[in-house]
Design a protein around this ligand. Structure first.
Ligand SMILES: *Cc1c(COP(=O)(O)O)cnc(C)c1O
Length: 355
């Protein structure tokens, strides 16, 4: 039976990206060697990382003066690298969920942290709007897509201070005005590649201002200077990222990704709103196009497990909601097809018809 992968992360990748990565693991560039067993300093791998970097710059239209890095450690390591490199005295954070909170926790090790706004009291069901950014902070940190709660900030904010964003779960799903940010980071396993690499886009001239010694590996300047090759980078995930970036480009780039994301989300949200059994969990205007969270309506609460089993039998994978929200979460990243969303909707309709 055909499987539809709605997992939140690591998540769906286009099949050709996986096949090409598998081919390179078996025989890279017809060398008779695996990409996993050659030097990361070989010209063959250098070409891979160069192309990946060039594609990130091309697709996101990264302006001059920024570096694109491929690092290890996941987005979670960036939670501490950001304040290590950018926090001088005080930083502002918008608290929109678990990941934002984790980022704040690390920043507190380096200085004062101002929470500009939070939707924690409402279990993060919306993006706070009524707040102003203090002007005496070193930066404002936001999480553009809240993977667990299904809310998303889809426009680039105008703030009077440096703007830094965790875009782990919506990078490459829409065009972004990179010039508004001083740093953007994203763990790869939601929309870019397999787990193991983190892409960081950082403005060069803001580095080196924090008044502290920074361990070599945690200093962005190390990786800028060495083109992400200070130490051995995660070669296979970088190769997979390159293949996925090629695929995104072939599909028409980020405008095409954005259009598809809107179409996919509309199909699923429309059904959630129409179907008597279900309701969405977040404010409509803040609904994420990447992670669609929904629960059973109260009067059908006992049907949660039966729907999960029904959907699983129909080939829906990974739709169980995060334990802090419950219910269901359908993650509709770049590689999810319209057909997959329609299959989920059909499943919801057929289940409704039985009840
Ligand atoms: C998954 C996720 C993270 C954590 O990423 P790791 O690569 O596992 O460290 C951070 N932020 C957001 C928004 C995420 O979705």
């Amino acid at each position: 039976m055909k499987k539809y992968n709605f997992t939140a992360g690591p998540c769906i990748l286009n099949r050709t990206v996986i096949e090409k990565t598998a081919e390179a693991i078996l025989d890279f560039n017809g060398m008779g060697l695996s990409i996993a067993e050659i030097s990361h300093r070989s010209k063959d791998f250098q070409a891979v990382i160069d192309e990946a970097e060039a594609l990130v710059k091309e697709l996101l239209e990264v302006p001059e003066g920024y570096s694109v890095l491929f690092l290890g450690g996941g987005a979670s390591l960036e939670f501490c690298m950001i304040p290590y490199n950018f926090l001088i005295k005080k930083a502002a954070y918008l608290n929109t969920g678990v990941w934002a909170k984790k980022a704040m926790k690390e920043a507190k090790l380096f200085g004062e942290v101002v929470e500009v706004a939070s939707s924690a009291d409402a279990n993060y069901t919306f993006i706070p709007k009524d707040w102003t950014c203090p002007t005496d902070v070193d930066y404002l940190h936001i999480t553009t897509n809240n993977t667990i709660y299904g809310t998303e900030i889809r426009k680039d904010l105008d703030v009077p201070v440096r703007l830094i964003a965790d875009m782990s779960s919506d990078i490459f799903s829409r065009p972004v005005d990179v010039s508004k940010y001083d740093a953007i980071y994203a763990g790869a396993q939601k929309n870019l590649s397999m787990a193991g690499v983190t892409v960081v886009i950082v403005k060069n001239d803001v580095l080196g201002r924090a008044p502290r010694e920074i361990p070599t590996m945690l200093d962005y300047r190390t990786h800028v200077d060495k083109g992400s090759m200070f130490n051995t980078p995660p070669v296979v995930p970088i190769y997979c990222a390159m293949q996925n970036l090629r695929w995104i480009k072939e599909q028409g780039g980020l405008k095409a990704m954005d259009k598809l994301a809107q179409q996919r989300a509309e199909i699923v949200y429309n059904e959630i709103d129409r179907n008597k059994l279900f309701r969405g969990t977040v404010e409509k205007e803040d609904r994420s196009l990447m992670n669609i969270c929904f629960v059973m309506n109260d009067e059908y609460a006992e049907l949660e497990k039966p729907f999960f089993d029904f959907a699983t039998e129909r080939g829906m994978v990974g739709i169980k909601g995060h334990r802090s929200v419950g219910g269901f979460r359908a993650s509709t990243y770049n590689a999810m097809t319209i057909e997959g969303c329609e299959a989920l909707v059909q499943c919801m309709k057929d289940f409704e018809a039985q009840h």
